[in-house]
Design a protein around this ligand. Structure first.
Ligand SMILES: [Zn+2]
Length: 280
């Protein structure tokens, strides 16, 4: 089974730091594991660390770790997942779209010295890439842009095998994105914004669309004057929008507003040679 952690490693090879030994009283090192699955990625990998008998995971993980509910059974933590959670590696696993050939990292500023398969894209490119995702397989993790507190979530992401329906790991939530539905919803959102019925919040405020609607960003005099059938139909249409897409719309809204996005707006990742091979 292909996992996001495996894809990450396939691209970066041995260039990543080694995780080192765990604290003695809590873990023992394992170098020849051939049976136990990692509690995070679910894979059986040769090396990692094993919880000592009788030590609970809550003693081994920081108190801020709030994803225990999704961990598997057992006490083995593979070295790949340990490396992916190292502080030095987190900038490469937190807000990323990993394809077969490159890792796109979403950040407002470029960072020097990143290894070649890593490119930095603006958060404003998130909606564009959702409408034009790379060739599968790919894995998408967004820990901060979708208003979430979870930090170490790459191991939870699902690998997507389709450009039309795919997964986005938004912190602790796994969103199932129907691209056509997202495109339709973005169009509706654009019509609403173009209609001058609302006064948009600033991009900086990062307020969600629905938050802004109910917190007075509406242009109320115009609303009262027109009693717009348009907005009624917009709400009616939104009733048909799946909850995952609504969640995405609320959160990508600041970026959509900054630069309207439609299906014609493209943002390219490099072509994946693996998918080309499987098509022949
Ligand atoms: Zn693992």
């Amino acid at each position: 089974m292909l996992t996001p952690v495996q894809m990450f490693y396939d691209l970066l090879g041995q260039g990543l730091p080694a995780p080192g030994a765990g604290p003695d009283k809590v873990f023992q090192s394992v170098t020849d594991n051939d049976a136990e699955a990692c509690v995070f990625c679910g894979q059986v990998r040769p090396s990692g660390i094993q919880l000592n008998e009788g030590v609970p995971w809550r003693k081994a993980l920081p108190p801020t770790f709030n994803d225990s509910d999704d961990m598997g059974e057992g006490g083995f933590w593979c070295d790949m997942c340990r490396t992916a959670s190292l502080g030095a590696v987190l900038p490469l696993t937190g807000n990323v779209l990993i394809s077969g050939t490159e890792i796109v990292r979403f950040a407002s500023a470029d960072k020097e010295g990143l290894p070649a398969p890593v490119r930095t894209f603006s958060p404003h490119d998130i909606p564009k890439l959702m409408l034009n995702p790379p060739e599968p397989p790919f894995a998408w993790v967004l820990k901060t842009f979708l208003r979430t507190k979870a930090e170490h979530v790459i191991w939870k992401a699902k690998v997507s095998l389709s450009r039309d329906v795919f997964f986005v790991q938004a912190g602790g939530r796994s969103l199932y994105v129907d691209r056509e539905s997202l495109a339709r919803s973005l169009l509706l959102l654009r019509e609403l914004l173009d209609s001058d019925l609302i006064t948009p919040p600033t991009v900086k405020s990062r307020k969600g669309l629905f938050h802004s609607m109910f917190k007075g960003y509406f242009n109320l005099p115009k609303w009262a004057r027109d009693v717009p059938a348009f907005v009624e139909s917009w709400f009616a249409a939104m009733d048909d929008v799946p909850p995952e897409i609504k969640y995405l719309l609320q959160n990508v809204y600041p970026y959509v507003w900054a630069e309207f996005v439609s299906e014609g707006d493209r943002c390219e990742m490099t072509t994946n040679p693996k998918s080309g091979a499987s098509a022949t």
